[in-house]
Design a protein. Sequence first.
Length: 499
Amino acid sequence: MKTVNHWIGGKTVEGVSGNWGPVTDPATGAVTTQVALASAEEVDTAVAAAKAAYATWGTSSLAQRTGILFRYRALLDARRDDIAALITAEHGKVHTDALGEVARGLEIVELACGITTQLKGELSTQVSQRVDVAAIRQSLGVVAGITPFNFPAMVPMWMFPLAVACGNTFVLKPSEKDPSAANLLAELAAEAGLPDGVLNVVHGDKVAVDALLAHPDVAAVSFVGSTPIARYIHTTASANGKRVQALGGAKNHMLVLPDADLDAAADAAVSAAYGSAGERCMAISAVVAVGAIGDELVAKIRERAEKIKIGPGQDPASEMGPLITKAHRDKVATYVTGAAAQGAEVVLDGTGYSVDGFEDGHWIGLSLLDKVSTDSDAYRDEIFGPVLCVLRTETYEEGVDLINASPYGNGTAIFTRDGGAARRFQLEIEAGMVGVNVPIPVPVGYHSFGGWKDSLFGDHHIYGNDGVHFYTRGKVVTTRWPDPSDAPAGVDLGFPRNH
């Protein structure tokens, strides 16, 4: 059986805690790998390696850092398929989805390659007689990232490339459910020339997480995951004096107005709700149909959903893979089996789905629930699976009020041909990311990603300008120099004396 160990100080370090976690192939249900689960002492070792590396990396030149990152970007590009294959083997998503994940992570590496312009600072001269003021940004020290199972390569790449480009050193704690991609990312960074200890990977569960949150040498923590854990990360790390960005869960809505292109809206709803088996925080999980279009829209969504081919991620014909674990699959199924009792119309029931030859895989089909009420479990909870809820409202205003009443504010979208309605929506909706005829409005790398309300804990979004600001702290320097002509008597600098 394959074993995944830690990556500390530029090399593989075997786990010594005696605790191991199983890693399952979601398509077969078989345990294929064991991953070391770190003790608090092993976390200490990783942080110590990062702290030692910071002594030199924190004062390294921008040219040195960006040179390494350019080489790293080239290696990642060359190994896209290898990284994607690891993701598919342990997460289950189809290969094209995995390749897309790597591509979005590469955007942030490319942003980090241009960090020189992001760290330039500001200067004001002659703010008073012979007084200048400069604002600069400096690195924090050792920072940590705790990342989820659903994007085992992309989310780590949302964090550590910017962090190390800013001069920090990094300790990554990836999900123990699909750990292999993180190790390959670290190995490729070392191959690109990243000094030992600048990027470390320590695997583990809550023991490792709590050790990072409490460690006195960790200056900041980045997190992506569910809302309850994000709240816990933010509360605990903040209490320990750390800077925190903790991205939580979501219930992303798509408002469809009566004038919308319903074919385009249905295409978007299917791809956004069921892509990556719905296991993404930017999935559209609630469509709000306004006016009389509801029946036609639901029919178009159903027609498309029924054609989606579900199968192993390694099969090029598969458009959706299995869920990450059997327990998660079973939990997702309960929302569908209980929907009718809570007033919904079950248009498609994906429970009980299986794939020939892979009967033990974590399979579930696509589910579509219509006329869902806002007090039902399927609407209130973040399901994190291929279940799409359709709600009905009579007016645009009712739709906006419904969306804004949600405790989540991650992303949302509107489908309409009316520019005035779209403009109102983007100003009135209470969410951090908005799409206009775009179902999954994930910003490009040079803009920041993050939500509002219970979708974000902390003041900074991730990557983009917010990411740079999170991984640095500002300093303002005020200087006053006497004029050379005022030099003390006996010291001649060649300047005429003032009279």
